[in-house]
Design a protein around this ligand. Structure first.
Ligand code: RI2
Length: 302
């Protein structure tokens, strides 16, 4: 059987596995399975290193890997059978906590959706979709406008999933955001996140910051739905997060000889963010430091 860790790292890098929470869960699951296969602490730590940087921007990935590393370190003096069992159990609990976090956000976030709302979203976030689906389940009548999200068109995924759940959805091209916010009388914007910094700045799919600027200009509420695992302990000590550039081929294979930039994420400043929905409740962007102080399991050196 192909090494589960190498396969998972490859699938995350290629975006076969994508979505900030899903990549964190996939990485933790790979380490759990590697522990169950009988690998020793040193081998597992080496596996963690292979996963940690498979995608450079979503901090949920290094946070999840750091949690696994801390678990391995804490258990390493146990006899092999006990090490295997305890490490696998603790990582399994971590994974269940992340899945539960997504459900809690769905419940909390669904209460923010009002009858008749038109809500715009960008990219494809399981977390945001979860709250749409929960609101639908509660009988709230609303509709969604989703952006196609070039260059990988994650918006097509969003449109298909919402259609499957019988949530009225319309897709627009990314350039039509400002036009559509007005024309379609959008009431709220709701997006996911790949990272939240200690000051409340939000990193999400490229184009999110433009949506936020347009929303603020029209006094439309801009809400982020994200689990605490996506908050960046590194940002507490001033370490910047790399914005992944995924190379020209995702954009076009034409234009030989012309440099093509393909940043996969951008930063939405905290002052463009109305509120952040977490599994610990709704916070203002300024509340990000509290989440990091009280709930982040994976510290980092100063
Ligand atoms: P959930 C995705 O990144 C999008 O930026 C999305 O908003 C974010 O992760 C969070 O997704 P990519 O994997 O964890 O498409 O809410 O690069 O599913």
């Amino acid at each position: 059987m192909a090494d589960i860790v190498l396969k998972t790292a490859r699938d995350i890098q290629s975006m076969k596995i994508r979505g900030a929470l899903d990549i964190a869960i996939a990485a933790a699951e790979a380490i759990r399975q590697a522990a169950l296969s009988g690998k020793n602490p040193r081998q597992l730590a080496a596996d963690c290193a292979k996963l940690k940087h498979a995608r450079p921007t979503a901090v949920s990935l290094p946070n999840a890997v750091n949690y696994a590393l801390q678990t391995i370190e804490a258990n390493k003096k146990l006899e092999p059978g006990e090490f295997r069992k305890k490490t696998a159990e603790q990582i399994s609990t971590f994974i269940k906590e992340q899945q539960s976090a997504r459900e809690k956000i769905a419940l909390i976030g669904s209460r923010l959706i009002e009858k008749g709302d038109t809500i715009l979203t960008h990219c494809q976030s399981d977390t945001v979709e979860g709250l749409f689906i929960e609101a639908k389940k509660q009988g709230t009548k609303f509709d969604v406008v989703c952006t196609e999200t070039r260059p990988r068109h994650q918006g097509y995924l969003t449109a298909r999933i919402l259609k499957k759940h019988r949530i009225p959805v319309r897709l627009i091209i990314d350039s039509a955001v400002n036009y559509s916010l007005k024309k379609l009388e959008v009431d709220k914007v709701m997006v996911g996140a790949d990272a939240v910094m200690v000051n409340g700045d939000v990193i999400n799919k490229i184009g999110t910051s433009q949506v936020a600027v347009c929303a603020q200009a029209l006094d439309i509420e801009f809400t982020v739905a994200t689990q605490s695992i996506k908050f960046s302990p590194e940002s507490v000590y001033g370490r910047l997060i790399e914005i992944e550039d995924r190379g020209p081929k995702e954009v076009t294979t034409e234009l030989a000889g012309i440099k093509i930039l393909n940043p996969a994420f951008d930063v939405t400043p905290a002052h463009h963010v109305s509120k952040i929905i977490t599994e610990h409740g709704i916070i203002p962007p300024a509340g990000a430091s509290e989440i990091l102080r009280h709930f982040q399991k994976t510290g980092t050196e100063e």
